[in-house]
Write a protein that binds this ligand. Structure first.
Ligand SMILES: Cc1ncc(COP(=O)(O)O)c(C=O)c1O
Length: 398
């Protein structure tokens, strides 16, 4: 691979992903190696390829040159030793956790995690004898208190969803490190442009590349990045058996999208801060949660860990509660009513009438959601156009 970017900044390196050299020259864009099979002239070279991630490419479930570009590009941005791409964020999370855990092991996890991750941990507990203790994520002493001799993994998210909680990664990870416990951090909401958990001691970083890395709502993918080659090798062997491997074309689209990651993150953060401020002054809005606002409970941690911007997702509570939320969600025109985030377009979600409609007010509160909570995944449109849309929708809730 040719990688001219060694000493440059993240904004430059995203534009120059590593490319494979071909007979003395190299393509300027990343080529797509869509084929899944590679042939050898020598049986011994082929035998070596089976041994691990550093061998020659031979079958795309175990490695592919286009997928490798994505793996190297994300590993480079995260400051890790190596990366492993997967078919989705959940594919990357499953590969990492299933490779690192065995039955009878114990996991300490932040209580407010992405729903499917909690579902997976609960499944591991119910069916495979993995014990899970949930902690608030806001107190390192709670992590210390939860440690057991069989604790293997501390699992955190840099920015949690939809509460926008920001955990003090260095403080929590230090407790795990002291006890010889591996830390796995889902960095999807921050992206490596805003936060690099490995620099705070994390052993594994996972991403839903479906979100900011891809950036255009046209891919489903995941990447795990490892602080050491040893961890990469361990998970690579398991991932090859799991089979949730990344597709070359999807990897190509993701690398293509990543070339504007730094620009997009800057604009997501600027727009989110702008809208958060305007929403806080609107009479129909009871409260706003955005880590970039000084009254957010984790503002100090957020600015310390993410000095260049505190993310592109905010939540606010409508004074009119559940019915106001339902009306607002149906009234937006420029923003789309949809549950995801990380794309260039703005999305809104009213959990109480859609993704969490089965929960009563009390259960919603336990999940950190109010009946009138609206989540806004802020895109990169002009902020005045976005505000005009939110304002006309707010006018409809009275
Ligand atoms: C924080 C976080 N992690 C992981 C995932 C799972 O990613 P995917 O949908 O790509 O499997 C999601 C999906 O929304 C997410 O929000």
């Amino acid at each position: 691979m040719n990688s001219p970017q060694d000493k440059t900044r993240a904004e430059t390196r995203t534009v120059h992903p590593p490319v494979v050299e071909v007979e003395g020259s190299r393509p300027v864009g990343v080529p797509i190696y869509q084929g899944h099979l590679f042939a050898f002239d020598d049986a011994d070279v082929m035998a070596e390829a089976f041994g691990g991630p550093d061998g020659a490419f031979f079958y795309s479930r175990l490695g592919n040159p286009t997928v490798r570009v994505l793996e190297e590009a994300v590993a480079d941005l995260e400051g890790g030793a190596a990366g492993l791409a997967a078919a989705s964020g959940m594919g990357a999370i499953n590969a990492a956790l299933l490779a690192l855990l065995g039955s009878g092991d114990h996991v300490i996890a932040q209580g407010c995690l992405y729903g499917a991750t909690i579902g997976m941990l609960d499944d591991l507990a119910a069916r495979w004898g993995v014990e899970v203790t949930y902690v608030s994520g806001s107190d390192p002493e709670q992590v210390r208190g939860a440690l057991r001799p069989n604790t293997r993994v501390l699992y955190l998210e840099t920015i949690a969803n939809p509460t926008t909680q920001v955990v003090d990664l260095p403080a929590l990870i230090a407790v795990a490190k002291d006890a010889g416990v591996l830390s796995v951090v889902d960095n999807t909401f921050a992206s490596p442009i805003l936060c690099r958990p490995i620099s705070h001691g994390a052993d594994v970083v996972v991403h839903s590349a479906t979100k900011y890395l891809g950036g255009h709502s046209d891919v489903l993918g995941g990447v795990a990045v490892f602080a050491t080659e040893e961890l990469h090798r361990k998970v690579w062997h398991y991932a090859a058996e799991l089979g949730a491997s990344a597709d070359p074309f999807v990897s190509w689209l993701t690398v293509r999208g990543m070339q504007t990651l730094a620009l997009r993150m800057r604009r997501h953060c600027d727009n989110a801060l702008d809208l958060a401020g305007r929403l806080a002054g609107h009479p129909a809005v009871a409260s706003v949660r955005y880590p970039g606002l000084p009254d957010h409970p984790d503002h100090e941690v957020a600015v310390r860990l993410m000095p260049d911007g505190q993310g592109g997702v905010l939540a606010f509570d409508l004074a009119g509660g559940r019915e106001a939320g339902r009306i607002f969600a149906g009234a937006v025109r420029l923003a789309a009513l949809t549950p995801s985030f990380g794309g260039v377009k703005t999305y809104v979600l009213h959990p109480a009438s859609t993704s969490h409609r089965q929960l009563g007010d009390e259960q919603l509160r336990t999940a950190g959601i109010g009946p009138g909570t609206i989540r806004v995944a802020v895109g990169i449109e002009h902020p005045d156009d976005l505000w005009a849309d939110l304002e006309q929708a707010l006018a409809k809730v009275g």
